[in-house]
Design a protein around this ligand. Structure first.
Ligand code: SAM
Length: 261
């Protein structure tokens, strides 16, 4: 790809993600030193990677994650979830008695990136854990991370990584816990909801959704088939706060249940 066509596809991605005003703000922001966080040294490797010998660190903008799929333009970015936040929300969800036993649930991470959340989910006794990733290189990294993780005996349930678009994924039978860490912009969330309407038609109560940084959460809230169970901020451990380059204390997480229409 020539430099000009790369620049053009990044511009197209930025316009789809941020709109014209947001694209201009971002471009201007890059020219100026940022606030007080500039100069604060953060480690490049997250302690999760150092501890477990895996590779989940780093921030890759959506414009640099081309796969050739039409949904590339709506890809937000790759960034791994703060482990403390993930575990807090999943433990809270497990402790809620309003759903079937966790051993009946398939945990599905649509936009699993390098598989950090997939690995952490496999420490809980789900029926199975599935990660779906559009970018082939990230999916490959996720697969080798999962091999290292399972070889170390950390997974207590079956885990698989699929390289495909989230809106083309066929959900397994039985209860599903869908996990999203703001993987794609509203047009793809809209298509995903249409898919969920079909896949879970006549199956109320067997799909819960954990949506971190729910930028398109209003699409679920406006939909009669989804009930908002909880929304709020989630505390990070000191370790995560010291290592995280992206998360902020104001980040929201929302949990929804498919109640059917
Ligand atoms: C913010 S990262 C989340 C990583 C991981 N879920 C976690 O919590 O650590 C979002 C990921 O979604 C992927 N993605 C974006 N659009 C996608 C799509 N249409 N289908 C599948 N994956 C997608 C991106 O490539 C990126 O790796």
């Amino acid at each position: 790809m020539t430099r000009l066509s790369t620049a053009w596809s990044k511009l197209r991605w930025s316009l789809a993600q941020r709109g014209l005003a947001g694209t201009m703000r971002t471009a201007l922001g890059r020219l100026q030193p940022q606030d007080g966080t500039a100069g604060v040294e953060k480690p490049m490797l997250h302690p999760f990677d150092q501890r477990h010998g895996v590779d989940t660190s780093g921030l890759i903008g959506g414009g640099d994650l081309r796969s050739g799929h039409k949904n590339d333009v709506f890809n937000t970015a790759y960034y791994g979830m703060a482990p403390s936040r993930f575990r807090r929300v999943v433990e809270d969800w497990i402790s809620d008695s309003g759903h079937a036993a966790i051993s009946q649930y398939s945990f599905i991470d649509l936009g699993c990136g390098k598989g950090r959340a997939v690995m952490m989910a496999s420490e809980f006794s789900f029926r199975q854990v599935i990660g779906v990733e559009l970018n082939a290189s990230l999916a490959k990294t996720a697969k080798s991370n999962v091999v290292a993780w399972t070889d170390a005996g950390r997974a207590v349930c079956p885990v698989q990584i699929l390289c495909q678009d989230a809106t083309e994924f066929s959900f397994p039978e039985g209860p599903c816990l869908l996990y999203l860490f703001n993987p794609f912009a509203a047009p793809v969330v809209k298509r995903l909801i249409e898919r969920l309407e079909t896949e879970f038609a006549g199956r109320p109560g067997v799909l819960d959704v954990i949506y971190f940084n729910p930028e398109a959460g209003e699409l679920l809230e406006a939909h009669a088939g989804f009930k908002l169970l909880w929304t709020g901020t989630v505390e990070m451990s000191e370790e995560d706060a010291a290592a995280d380059h992206v998360a902020s204390p104001e980040d929201l997480c929302s949990v929804y249940r498919w109640v059917g229409v």
